[in-house]
Write a protein that binds this ligand. Structure first.
Ligand code: T4K
Length: 379
């Protein structure tokens, strides 16, 4: 057992740092943009990235968007959803808020205690004649219960949408996650495993839906005089696409580095009372977007105290996702937000903590993080 206090980090260590190409390689890519003077509206880099990501993710069809929230909104509009959409409260505000923004009512259902994704039984209980869709979240890259949700959606003639913001590169038995359901939204925000600064995409197995998304993301403009749909501006621009192309070259190395950090965390944190690591099943390829631990209260310290005490070591962990979306003032009063309805989600949101997780953290710093977490929890 460690007794001497580990030294704090000299610089703040954040939960994530964005993947970035070298500045010279990015400025090289910018030269072409300057020469062409073509900044947005389906420029050549946009189209190149769309094709490259489709191939990389083995997505049947893929449309780039300005961010993940817009990707979700475009899906809801393209599917012409109305009424209620059943979703999880254990997620980013982006998930229910994008639905609400599109005139839908998010109805919260509880999560499964092991996968922390939507519990299919809870979903089925929440279905009413007002329900038009199910919105599952592959939280931390953990796939939703795909077969069960598909069966329910089919039985009740509902659309099935996935929020795959954390699931870049997630595969199940070698099958890419982006082919399931009617459509999957991806986020390429700076804090995601793969980023374009701000950015996102819609992946779908349906070519007709891809066509509608493409039209909706560009204000519905078909040609100079035809506006076919009441769309919005959901585009990605050329500067983002250039960053995306450069970052795509780096994802394999980033994945290896994050795998190494994850191994170090696992071995450093395995014998601490009350701490467990959130693990994905072996048939799932981890997206390595977050490294999540659970502090279940059986040890010496609760999650919030740990999160606070780590700050003294210049370590800034995050409580994704606390509070639950159902606790937000504008959702709190809904019937589905009642605590009795969301017991598993409520407990989970009070026990999870995301540790710093990015390739540049490096092995030495990962060991230091492990030492500090162990020290704080054991003293
Ligand atoms: N669905 C799910 C399940 C999501 O998690 C998200 C986004 C979405 C949908 C929507 O996708 P987008 O529309 O965003 O594409 C962050 C992100 O803003 C948000 O994208 C993300 N989820 C959410 C989980 O996390 P914050 O408020 O925690 O970010 P912030 O600014 O506190 O950053 C966290 C840490 O990252 C900082 O302490 C330092 C580091 N950082 C951050 C930025 C922005 C950097 O080092 N560089 C940066 O540029 O929300």
């Amino acid at each position: 057992m460690m007794t001497a206090s580990p030294a704090p980090f000299e610089q703040p260590i954040y939960v994530v740092r964005p993947l970035l190409p070298s500045l010279p390689s990015y400025t090289e890519a910018l030269k072409g943009i300057w020469e062409r003077q073509w900044l947005t509206n389906k420029g050549p880099l946009h189209d190149e990235l769309e094709g490259a990501l489709r191939a990389h993710l083995r997505a049947p069809y893929l449309s780039l968007t300005g961010n993940g929230t817009t990707a979700l909104s475009l899906i809801f509009k393209a599917l012409e959803l109305s009424g209620d959409i059943i979703t999880t409260p254990f997620t980013s505000p982006a998930t229910p808020n994008s639905a609400r923004w599109c005139g839908l009512t998010p109805v919260f259902a509880d999560i499964d205690p092991v996968t922390w994704t939507l519990d299919p039984n809870a979903v089925e209980r929440a279905i009413t004649p007002r329900t038009s869709a199910i919105l599952g979240v592959h939280i931390y890259g953990m796939p939703c219960k795909l077969d069960a949700l598909q069966t329910i959606a089919k039985r009740h003639r509902l659309k099935l949408v996935y929020d795959g913001a954390h699931a870049f590169g997630t595969e199940i038995d070698g099958e890419p996650i982006s082919q399931f359901g009617d459509a999957t939204a991806l986020s390429f925000h700076a804090t995601k495993f793969y980023n374009t600064g701000e950015g996102g995409a819609v992946a779908t197995p349906d070519p007709a839906l891809k066509k509608r998304i493409d039209l909706l993301r560009t204000l519905g403009i078909q040609d100079e005089t035809t506006v076919a749909l009441p769309g919005i501006n959901g585009r990605m621009n050329e500067l983002q696409a250039a960053l995306g192309l450069a970052n795509l070259e780096l994802v394999e190395q980033e994945y290896r580095e994050r795998s190494r950090v994850a191994e170090i965390y696992r071995s450093r944190l395995k014998d601490i009372d009350g701490l467990s690591v959130f693990e994905l099943p072996s048939h799932v390829r981890n997206s390595h977007n977050y490294f999540v631990i659970r502090i279940d209260g059986s040890g010496r310290m609760d999650r919030d105290r740990l999160n606070d005490r780590l700050k003294a070591f210049n370590l800034f962990t995050r409580r994704y996702f606390f509070p639950l979306c159902s606790e937000f003032p504008f959702y709190r009063a809904m019937e589905s937000s009642r605590l009795e309805n969301l017991k598993v989600a409520h407990r989970t949101s009070r026990e999870v903590l995301c540790l710093p997780f990015y390739g540049k953290l490096g092995e030495t710093n990962a060991r230091r993080v492990g030492d500090i977490v162990e020290y704080v929890l054991k003293t």
